[in-house]
Design a protein around this ligand. Structure first.
Ligand SMILES: Nc1ncnc2c1ncn2[C@@H]1O[C@H](COP(=O)(O)OP(=O)(O)O)[C@@H](O)[C@H]1O
Ligand SMILES: [Mg+2]
Length: 230
């Protein structure tokens, strides 16, 4: 099933020096369950594309259909609702609340989404391999473990689409691998479609599809068999 499609999407920024074409004719169709890695040099439009996918930002031109419906644009309330209902996000700097335990961080997110469910919170921590750390504070676990908590938190509300921008940008390569394995496992178990932006070629092996962009345009788009994660 097709989860989303963009066609001829442009995102121009007006600057005193003229228009910046951050996205310049993006055509993309993503099926449910795909795990896409989005690669490209700095300034190529990766973050802009994620922001348009999540309706944090509105394209200047083009169409964007999600689950059969036009995604709201230039309407912050409707865009917020769209994000709340459909989008999960993993940040580069974990953004966990330091005064809450690992478990409480998950419970808080569920509460905000109006679906407190301690049993599922525990299952999510199991899923990312952190059951033993449930009662520790973020300051008492490693960066990789904190990012795994952030992943558990990001999927707590069962998003249709999970997005990450340089989510391992703050971790060494061995830790990145562990985090990505937890992420792949979680996406597979929960049947979550994901798009991850990175400039780290080391993450390519975890994707089912690799899209490269440059100067706001897709320059290659290939399916592949991902590395197996036990
Ligand atoms: N708010 C903005 N105003 C003007 N130009 C912007 C703005 N945000 C991004 N850009 C420009 O759009 C292009 C794409 O940026 P971005 O999507 O952040 O790239 P990436 O994430 O691949 O590094 C760059 O040339 C950047 O300078
Ligand atoms: Mg960026």
């Amino acid at each position: 099933m097709t989860l989303l499609s963009m066609s001829s999407v442009q995102r121009y920024y007006s600057t005193p020096a003229g228009d910046v074409k951050a996205l310049d004719g993006i055509n993309i169709e993503i099926e449910q369950g795909e795990r896409v890695v989005l690669l490209g040099p700095s300034g190529s439009g990766k973050t802009t594309l994620l922001n348009c996918l999540s309706a944090l930002d509105s394209p200047t031109n083009g169409t964007y259909i999600f689950d059969g419906e036009a995604v709201p644009r230039n309407d912050s309330e409707a865009m917020t609702r769209f994000r709340r209902e459909n989008i999960g996000y993993v940040f580069q700097f974990f953004n966990l609340l330091q005064d809450l335990t690992v478990m409480e961080n998950i419970l808080l997110i569920q509460e905000l989404a109006g679906q407190k469910d301690p049993k599922r919170a525990k299952a999510l921590l199991d899923l990312v391999g952190l059951s033993a750390e449930a009662n520790r504070f973020p300051g008492e676990i490693s960066g990789g473990q904190q990012q795994r908590v952030a992943i558990a938190r990001s999927i707590a509300k069962r998003p249709r689409l999970l997005l990450g921008d340089e989510l391992t940008g703050n971790l060494d390569s061995e830790t990145s691998d562990m985090v990505m394995k937890a992420l792949v496992h979680a996406c597979e178990q929960e049947n979550i479609t994901a798009v991850f932006v990175t400039h780290d070629e080391g993450l390519v092996k975890f994707a089912t599809r690799v899209i490269r962009i440059d100067s706001g345009q897709i320059v290659s788009d290939e399916q592949q068999t991902p590395a197996t994660v036990e």
